[in-house]
Design a protein around this ligand. Structure first.
Ligand code: ATP
Ligand code: MG
Length: 871
């Protein structure tokens, strides 16, 4: 069965069981402080389990793009070495939000695998939670056991411990026992020797978990205790690639049609066959896997970068490049050439790949290019580390420096060292690494107390589109302590005018006013699991009272001007440059706005002016805000609003329109474009291959900008004796300057010519050598010219010049070539020795050498000592 059909079969099965099929959420998560990447199908439904939002559909199914490379789930080091863990993989899942529970979940999983997909029952094992004797003191999951016993022979039911069979979302939150389904794909003769049951959960490559059915029935509190959830849920996840492996009768995920086209392409590019040497095979698997993770991330709008999620992506890409570099001898960018094959096989299920093929190729190629350069530089640096090493062990801290500052991978360092007969001091490296980890960990460590719930008020309402003030009540609050921010309180209200950070726009600031006039400042607002969280350094005295919540009006107004200008800028760029322009990121602050977009070349001055004019024309046009708060997404797209890749949209969306500009947007905006006052681009540049960035300002910031520019102009005019035309004056000054420079040059030449004549007259004849040691007032280059000119047609010449330049001493020695030979003299040795008098050193060739020193007072002594060399 082809992988495409596997996906469809799964989704159709659950559709028939009354499930609503939803699209995969983006793999790169924006605006969730607790998670960088989607690592399980349930992530996008977290808020339903937590009870913050009521789901529209109680039964849902999908295939979710997952990435397990950081945090709680990190499989990166396994990938490539084994045949069934990936960085990016698809997780097929079905969910019940307070609807069906264990009975249906178990029966349907079995029906799908054995009836529909026809997997041999004798290959399957299931596991059940055995209970725990620890502080939780949990009972065995008898219900699941009973249900399984009705359909599977008892010797195929395995009791599992807490590590394998009790699933927790994180330190806190919903959790519960789970039942896993494992498959044994070993050949019959192997099965006869060792029973599959004994290999379950033992990291055997051919006895692997394919599906996990989680039964959420508890909530883990901050103090570690469990409480029953009000509603019970089902959350399942099945590895798509592993299922394909089983259904296609192969023994490795990489032998399924999900991977073979990519592997064929790697074989062709690198001229290396898969399946011959284990070392090369690992490299090929790493590359085949990582290109997927990287391509999907870029498609989701996450470019490789130096921080956060971007850095994780950069590291994954670099890991693959390095495997290629070390084992497959790839010294040129090559991974970008795999994007096309990947797109051919996955583009129909994930159209974002198809639409951004070109961009993904460009970005990957550029990254490869610069990392290969780093590798080359690293090799040079490593050579110098080695040559400065006494003995055969290379300092681990030095290796860490290479790794940390230049991104030079440690395993490559170790490999090269061992090839050259050196050893890496691994302890030193580990220690340096640990120290750095401790530093960054303690800076970000956060401890969260349990929420103190004051009322079970319904969903909190955001009223900030219409109001900047509202009377609110606290629904819940908690204390959070981190090294970085110290002690903070997080508060949730029944309603709020505060806009939570999102869609590029910063969160609102402001204050809460108590009835007695007391004020508590709100320093930031963010969204977490669909709740609007207000951050503050303190708590109101009486948490049960009502407060006036007031948004900082000025900051909000400036931010809104920038947000609306961002929309107009987007429209302008598509108008001026073409419709290939797509938004790739934005940041809307109160002081400025930033907009990243796809385009291949630097904007010309004319294009920038056209863009500015376009936006300003719409500001002058006084276009009113027209918003639709809640319309079906299909309707919005029909009206011309464009969905962004990597953003998650609900079934209904909000649209924001100013004239012809229409966008899907949850942000806050000016009521009329005239409120923006004026739009000014401050900079344009590249962020990555094919991605440009514009930074711009509006409203008050433009006023400040013009005021500043004007002030500078006045100062310039003032400095130019109040000229009416400063440009003309500056040009005149520059011309005069050029003329003066030329004059000085020719004067200096004359001076040198005269000097040459004078000095030739000063030569004294000692032991047949024409000798001069003298202090002159010339710079190094002029002295060199002078020496060589004096040396023309002169044999037997020995010159030593000393000069003082900027408080430093310079000695330069010229010896004609015949003397070098006949008297065995060496200018290099001489300046080195005489250099001691000026506290310095130097060198050069036998016939010309220079020495610099920090003590000009020693010049005379050095000159005096020169004669000794020819005596
Ligand atoms: P394993 O023990 O094999 O690492 P897991 O316990 O981490 O699996 P779950 O978190 O329960 O897996 O995820 C549900 C399913 O997703 C698994 O049954 C498996 O089929 C699949 N899966 C998990 N991790 C990966 C991965 N790194 N690559 C491919 N598939 C995976
Ligand atoms: Mg795992």
């Amino acid at each position: 069965m082809r992988s495409k059909d596997v996906r469809t079969k799964f989704l159709n099965f659950f559709k028939e069981k009354g499930h609503h099929i939803v699209p995969s959420a983006p793999m790169v998560i924006k605006n969730d402080p607790t998670l960088m990447f989607t690592n399980a199908g349930m992530n996008q439904f977290k808020e339903f389990f937590l009870g913050n939002t009521v789901p529209k559909n109680k039964r849902v199914s999908d295939t979710q793009k997952c990435l397990r490379v950081s945090g709680k789930h990190n499989d990166l080091e396994e990938v490539g070495k084994d045949t069934y863990h990936h960085t990016m993989f698809e997780m097929l899942g079905n969910w019940s939000f307070g609807d069906y529970f264990k009975k249906e979940a178990i029966a349907w999983a079995w029906e799908l695998l054995t009836d529909v997909l026809k997997i041999d029952k004798d290959c399957l094992y299931v596991s059940v939670f055995e209970g725990s004797n620890d502080a939780d003191n949990l009972e065995m999951d008898r219900e699941a056991f009973g249900l399984w016993k009705a359909i599977v022979p008892e010797d195929r039911i395995i009791m599992g411990n807490k590590k394998d069979n009790f699933w927790e979302m994180g330190e806190q939150g919903p959790c519960g026992p789970c039942s896993e389904i494992h498959v044994d794909i070993r050949p019959e003769e192997e099965k006869a020797k060792v029973s599959g049951a004994s290999l379950v959960n033992q990291d055997h490559p051919e006895v692997v978990e394919i599906w996990n059915l989680v039964f959420m029935q508890y909530n883990r509190k901050a103090n570690g205790s469990l409480e029953p959830l009000p509603a019970k849920h089902v959350d399942t996840g099945m590895g798509f690639e592993r299922l394909c492996m089983v259904l296609q009768g192969v023994r490795s995920n990489y032998d399924t049609d999900v991977f073979t086209p990519i592997i064929r392409e790697i074989e062709t590019i690198t001229n290396t066959k898969y399946g011959i040497s284990e070392e090369n095979d690992i490299a090929i698997r790493v590359i085949a896997d990582h290109i997927r993770a990287v391509a999907f991330s870029i498609a989701d709008g996450q470019l490789p970068s130096n921080t956060g999620a971007g850095y994780v992506i950069r590291r994954i890409l670099r890991r693959a490049i390095r495997y290629g570099f070390t084992f497959l001898n790839t010294k040129e960018p090559f991974m970008y050439r795999l994007v096309k094959v990947l797109t051919e096989s996955m583009g129909s299920a994930f159209p974002e790949l198809k639409e951004q093929l070109q961009l993904i190729e460009n970005v990957v190629k550029e990254e490869e290019h610069s990392f290969l350069k780093t590798l080359e530089q690293g090799l040079v640096l490593l050579d110098s580390v080695i040559s400065n090493t006494n003995g055969k062990t290379v300092d681990g801290r030095k290796a860490f420096e290479l790794y940390d500052t230049y991104g030079f991978p440690i395993d490559l360092t170790a490999l090269i060292l061992s090839e050259k007969g050196y050893r890496l001091d691994e302890k030193g490296f580990d220690m340096a690494m640990q120290e750095q980890k401790n530093r960054s960990k303690s800076a970000s460590e956060i401890s969260k107390e349990d929420w103190v719930v004051l009322s079970n008020d319904a969903e909190q309402e955001f009223v900030g589109y219409d109001m900047l003030k509202a009377n609110v009540n606290l629904v819940k609050y908690r204390k959070v302590i981190s090294k970085k921010d110290g002690e903070q309180y997080q508060m949730v209200f029944n309603m709020t005018p505060f806009y939570p950070e999102g869609g590029g726009q910063v969160g609102d600031k402001g204050y809460l006013e108590e009835a007695n006039g007391n004020v508590v400042y709100i320093i930031d607002t963010k969204k977490e699991n669909n709740e609007i969280i207000h951050f503050s350094k303190e708590l109101p005295k009486n948490t049960a009272a009502s407060f006036k919540a007031v948004v900082d009006k000025k900051q909000r107004a400036r931010t809104e001007a920038n947000h609306t200008a961002t929309h107009l800028l987007h429209q302008a760029l598509r108008e001026v440059l073409g419709t290939h322009v797509e938004q790739k990121g934005s940041a809307v602050h109160s002081k400025y706005l930033r907009f990243d977009f796809s385009h291949f070349s630097k904007l010309t001055v004319d294009e920038l002016r056209d863009v500015e004019n376009f936006v300003n024309a719409r500001i002058e046009g006084q276009l009113p805000l027209q918003e639709q708060r809640s319309i079906p997404i299909e309707e919005a797209t029909k009206q011309g609003a464009m969905a962004l890749f990597g953003e998650k949209y609900g079934d209904t969306v909000r649209t924001v329109r100013f004239g012809q500009s229409i966008e899907l947007c949850g942000g806050t905006h000016v009521k009329n474009t005239s409120d923006i006052w004026h739009f000014k681009i401050r900079s344009e540049g590249a962020v990555a291959a094919g991605i440009r960035r514009i930074e711009a300002i509006t409203s008050d910031a433009v006023k400040d900008f013009y005021f500043e520019s004007n002030r500078m102009l006045f100062e310039i005019k003032d400095a130019l004796n109040n000229t009416q035309d400063p440009v003309k004056s500056v040009v005149a000054l520059q011309e005069e300057n050029t003329k003066l420079k030329k004059e000085i040059e020719s004067l200096l030449k004359d001076k040198a010519k005269n000097l040459k004549g004078d000095l030739l007259n000063e030569l004294s004849e000692i032991n047949g050598v024409r000798f001069l040691a003298k202090k002159v007032d010339l710079d190094a280059a002029a002295i060199k010219d002078l020496s060589f000119e004096m040396g023309q047609n002169q044999d037997n010449l020995f010159l030593l010049f000393g000069t003082e330049q900027n408080g430093k001493a310079l000695l330069s020695c010229y010896i004609s070539k015949d003397l070098v030979a006949s008297k065995n003299l060496n200018a290099g040795t001489i300046v080195r020795e005489l250099g001691k008098f000026v506290q310095g050193g130097g060198g050069g060739q036998p016939f010309f050498a220079t020495a610099g020193g920090k003590n000009p007072n020693g010049i005379d002594e050095a000159l005096e000592k020169a004669q000794a060399y020819i005596n």
